[in-house]
Ligand binder design. Structure first.
Ligand code: NDP
Length: 249
């Protein structure tokens, strides 16, 4: 994998597209060595090449974050090979929307496993390397759905609300080790996840915002950039809603 020098090592899950890709690009521009994680290797390899062409540094780990054993083993191998883990961004997520009364056990379980359990698995595996390095910045990517709820998203909102409790507990457990843990809760961001929603829904949501436009992935990446910076060492346990003022949570 090569030497990484003094660059901070940042793991970003869900880096193949959308918000995770923008976060990975931003952290690479910030001078991080970014470890790109998602299930499919091809888009990650393309992104690694793009980051390296721009003068940055990246590695690839194709793994299903919902497979706890495989994901934990991947994090262990990153720590072994790169020597440290400084930054962890738990961004990978899925939706399986439907009204609660008709929601299958499978759709409930898959969303909880992918969006919530994966973050716990990653934090548990990354905490020791962070403690050894006496530095850590953990960011969980939640959603305003987890803050205010959303009809048709009981599984997703429960997972994202669960991330808030996880974030606060980890902030309390690891704060004394110079490790922060925060939740970035995006509002409506234009990505593959939202592109198939009807235009009326997009227009309606835009009207609910103080800033009258839909968000873009770079809006979230900018927030993650600050929260993972060395400067953000006194910020922990927070839910930061990056939502154009939709919820003012
Ligand atoms: P996308 O659907 O565009 O991207 C999802 C990313 O997660 C992909 O890189 C995908 O890669 C990865 N992923 C999904 N499942 C797994 C898995 N089991 N293992 C590994 N990687 C996985 O979503 P967004 O970029 O829009 O969303 C990113 C995060 O932001 C999510 O947590 C989402 O809930 C949250 N969010 C998004 C909002 C929006 O409006 N877009 C609003 C609020 C929150 P691959 O399929 O290759 O594995």
């Amino acid at each position: 994998m090569g030497t990484v020098g003094d660059k901070r090592i940042a793991i970003v899950t869900g880096a193949s597209r959308g918000i995770g890709k923008a976060i990975a690009q931003r952290l690479a521009r910030d001078g991080r060595h970014v470890v790109l994680v998602s299930r499919s290797a091809a888009p990650l390899n393309d992104l690694k090449s793009a980051i390296e062409s721009a003068g940055g540094a990246a590695s690839v780990r194709a793994v299903d974050v919902g497979d706890g054993k495989a994901f934990a083993a991947a994090i262990d191998s990153i720590a072994d090979e790169l020597g440290r883990i400084d930054i962890l961004v738990n961004n990978a997520g899925i939706t399986k929307d439907g009204l609660a009364l008709r929601m299958s056990d499978e759709d409930w379980d898959e969303v909880i496993r992918t969006n919530l359990t994966s973050a716990f698995v990653a934090i548990r595996a990354a905490a020791r390397p962070m403690m050894r390095g006496k530095f850590g910045r953990i960011v969980n990517v939640g959603s305003t759905s987890g803050v205010v709820g959303n009809a048709g998203q009981a599984n997703y909102a429960a997972a994202k609300a669960g991330l808030m409790g996880l974030t606060k507990s980890i902030a309390r457990e690891l704060g004394g080790k110079n490790i922060t843990c925060n939740l970035i809760a995006p509002g409506f961001i234009q990505t593959d996840m939202t592109e198939n929603l009807p235009q009326e829904v997009k227009d309606h949501v835009t009207q609910l915002m103080a800033i009258k436009r839909l968000g873009v992935a770079d809006d979230i990446a900018a927030a993650v950039s600050y929260v993972t910076s060395d400067d953000a060492g006194f910020l922990t346990g927070q839910t930061i809603c990056v939502d154009g003022g939709m919820t003012m949570c």
